[in-house]
Write a protein that binds this ligand. Structure first.
Ligand code: PMP
Length: 428
């Protein structure tokens, strides 16, 4: 694979951007090598500056449910940009998208739009603390909720990939207000609430974990989390920044039939433009300024480009959901089964974890149910697998602790071509 232009750009980037990138996991630090610099994307494919073509399963880590640059989104962004990109005043699309999200996710009676998933989770825990007048937040090891001071403890995604034990720059006082529990461990959650219950503002969790690789909630886990938080008078926050509109039109909360107090959203709801949001019951959301005393504001919040692009995506989801999600499920199943059989053929252990269009192939002999198990996977083997795929035109995240994302633009042909490449990678 010729990557001379990418290499040149990476060398220049390393002089002016820390690690050569604007988000750590893009740097290939865990797997080695030079990241391709991407020039354009269309549908299921991306092309780098050296002209290499890849079938893309990163999908910008989740936002691109309909693939790269779908015409119905690109056209709306282009038209919207001509009318002005930001006003610092309300616009109609904010009301329309809020109404639509509330219709698709009934637990969200009111919503506040922000500019990223991290801003959504930051604001959600501020709301939880403000509404309960309590200070402690409980989170799971291996779950990632963005680069949020008090939520980076034992976090997944890039923090897990780089093996960073404690993030420098976060004060002890803040870290002390976060309690970390193992994902899927009901008795540990019960113990923590038995000890600290009256001081706990919220338990924040990815209802389907997707930042230590994909890890599904064990049967009864989310129901138990609902029950434990409610009886302690604490709030349950579902971080659906990845799963929202990805695993179904009503998110993981609809899939599992568990209703959180606050839902955090991002990625898909902005149609590929920076966006995040948090929402919940009207009573709870009225704590937010200017209705209530919990202050949260943003110059770029409810940005018209994000609102219009997101609205187009959510409208399409609403009208096409009965075909869209079965299609994503079928593609996900085909890919997962194909990967399992490719590994079986060469007698290598692999554990496939999947919900619809998000999946992870763990290099492990035992199923991965939590962060402890995720860390025991064979990351060196993953590195070799990753490079073999990249060299042959399949782009997956450069980390064992991320998901593969399939979009509605992927076809069975894309999946079969991918499986051929994976088969070759396994044999070599
Ligand atoms: N929550 C989850 C579950 C995420 O996966 C991410 C980012 N991958 C975030 C929050 C933070 O979102 P953003 O990168 O938009 O700040």
């Amino acid at each position: 694979m010729n990557n001379s232009k990418s290499s040149g750009l990476f060398q220049r980037a390393c002089k002016v951007l820390p690690g050569g990138v604007n988000s750590p996991v893009r740097a290939f630090k865990a797997v080695g090598g030079t990241p391709p610099f991407i020039e354009r994307g269309k549908g299921s494919r991306i092309w780098d500056v050296d002209g290499n073509e890849f079938i893309d399963y990163v999908a910008s880590y989740g936002p691109l449910l309909f693939g790269h640059a779908p015409d119905f989104v690109s056209d709306i962004i282009a038209y919207a940009a001509k009318d002005g990109t930001i006003f610092g005043a309300p616009c109609e699309a904010e009301v329309q998208i809020a109404e639509l999200i509330s219709e698709l996710m009934p637990a969200i009676e009111m919503i506040r739009f922000v500019s990223s998933g991290s801003e959504a989770t930051t604001s959600a825990i501020r709301l939880a603390r403000g509404a309960t007048a309590r200070k402690l937040i409980v989170k799971c090891a291996g779950c990632f909720h963005g680069s949020v001071e008090s939520l980076l403890a034992t976090a997944g995604s890039g923090v897990a990939t780089l093996g960073i034990p404690e993030t420098a720059g976060i004060s002890r006082a803040l870290a002390a207000e976060t309690i970390v529990v193992e994902y899927n461990d009901i008795s540990q959650l019960q113990q923590v609430f038995a000890t600290h219950g009256p001081d706990i503002a919220a338990f924040i969790v990815e209802p389907i974990a997707a930042n230590m690789g994909v890890v599904l909630p064990a049967q009864g886990y989310l129901e138990a989390a609902r029950e434990i938080t409610s009886s302690a008078g604490a709030l349950l926050i579902f971080d659906e920044v990845i799963t929202g509109f990805r695993v179904g039109a009503g998110g993981a909360q609809e899939l599992y039939g568990v209703t959180p107090d606050i839902t955090c959203l991002g990625k898909i709801i902005g149609g590929g433009i920076p966006c995040g949001a948090y929402g919940g019951t009207r009573k709870l959301m009225q704590h937010i300024a200017p209705s209530g005393p919990v202050y949260q504001a943003g110059t770029l919040s409810g940005n018209p480009l994000a609102m219009k692009a997101g609205l187009a995506v959510l409208q399409k989801i609403k009208t096409e959901k009965s075909e869209l999600y079965p299609k994503l499920e079928a593609l996900g199943k085909r890919l997962a089964e194909g990967i399992t059989s490719a590994f079986q053929t060469v007698g290598k252990p692999v554990q496939l974890a999947r919900q619809g269009s998000i999946l992870t192939a763990f290099f492990a002999a035992e199923p991965v149910t939590n962060y402890t198990r995720a860390k025991q996977t064979d990351t060196a083997e993953f590195g070799r697998y990753f490079h073999s795929l990249l060299e042959n035109g399949v782009y997956i995240a450069p980390s064992q602790f991320e998901a593969m994302f399939i979009s509605a633009a992927h076809t069975e042909k894309d999946i079969d071509q991918t499986l051929e490449i994976i088969g070759r990678a396994c044999r070599s």
